[in-house]
Design a protein around this ligand. Sequence first.
Ligand SMILES: *Cc1c(COP(=O)(O)O)cnc(C)c1O
Length: 430
Amino acid sequence: MRVIECMALARLRETIASGDTLTREAMEAEDHQDALLRSRAKFHLPPGLLYFDGNSLGPLPKKSRERLLRVIDREWGEDLVRSWNVHRWIDWPRTVGSKIAQLIGAESDEVVVADSTSVNLFKLMSAALELRPGRSVILSEDRQFPTDLYMAQGLAHLRTDVRMRTVERSQLTLALDEDVAVLVLTHVDYRSGQLHDMAAMTRAAHERGALVLWDLSHSTGALPVDLNGCYVDLAVGCGYKFLNGGPGAPGFLYVARRWQQRARSPLAGWLGHRSPFAFEPVYRPALGIERFRCGTPPILSLAAFDAALDLFDDLDLESVWSKAISLGDTFLALVEQQIMDPELKIACPLEGRQRGSQISLRHPQAFSVMQALIERGVVGDFREPDILRFGLGPLYTSHVNVWDAVQVLKQVLKSRAWDTQAFRVRKTVT
Ligand SMILES: *Cc1c(COP(=O)(O)O)cnc(C)c1O
């Protein structure tokens, strides 16, 4: 399915560019012609809820629920241990991985689903260090998502010859010296939504002899990624965000074919062995990407994840991203036109092509404001220190949804509904 750059979208763009006032009717017209919105019926979305947190937990695909019930009742319930062969459970990390490969510009034998994104970061950073003997630095950005930094710190703690270096984004190229073994970057910044130029940064790393490891947690399923086209060495990503794989869905990892025979996982689990069921006493890594598997895969999570990936079957990620940009541009235009609160600032790039699938706003009372929004059925999230984050899932979010959410935000700010003790109490998960 191709989403046509329809007339309504073109008109909407013009309106935004010209500064003319947007109307809810214009949003309705846009939704009417939005071919991607056909995917919306494939999700379970609670009525009345405006969901802008699919970048933290994607909504439940109806097929995932059906699939889980079948796997539980039939495969687990009836076929039991035979299912590893009969239903090919043992291959699922690879079969699910090959579906993801299609979304990130990789070959199907370059991606496997395993463990969590954090664990995969550890495995691939360690592999990268071994592939670059004589170099001891993991270079990253200071505003990187914490788990990426923590895992590198953990690795440096274990391997006292390894150091981690973090610099500001603008200093990254300068910091790439002959000590750097691997540059670890998040493609879409989780706070601001700002996108890195994958091709340029990969080239810069290679020019200095370093490898590159991209974290695709906020990119996969939201925008086109071309790992092979950018000659990327290593990558990891997340299953439960824009891929809608379900809470705690396993992560995935990519190792370019050219590195696979030399790259080694530090976690030499039996399912990464060349011949797991020979039960040999000594580890021998599997020949390809399989060597980055570790232990037994979480079959129920993989079942839900696999069904969720089918939603991308006929979609073209250029169109998915175009829609995200249109939703984001609309969101920003409405904030500009309708919200007068001087304390509310835009915290994401204005240019859609420099943004992932999210809008970030800044407000000194962002935490309380988000609590007030959530209470009114507009679910986004808060990120330290002052960010209101709204994920834009193009498969299920409409332009009318954006309009309605901005109206609630306007009302919350105008009435100062956020200004109550109840909305100041931090929960464990924000
Ligand atoms: C969400 C996210 C993760 C998640 O890691 P888990 O191990 O799945 O908890 C990692 N990195 C980035 C950049 C993320 O946005």
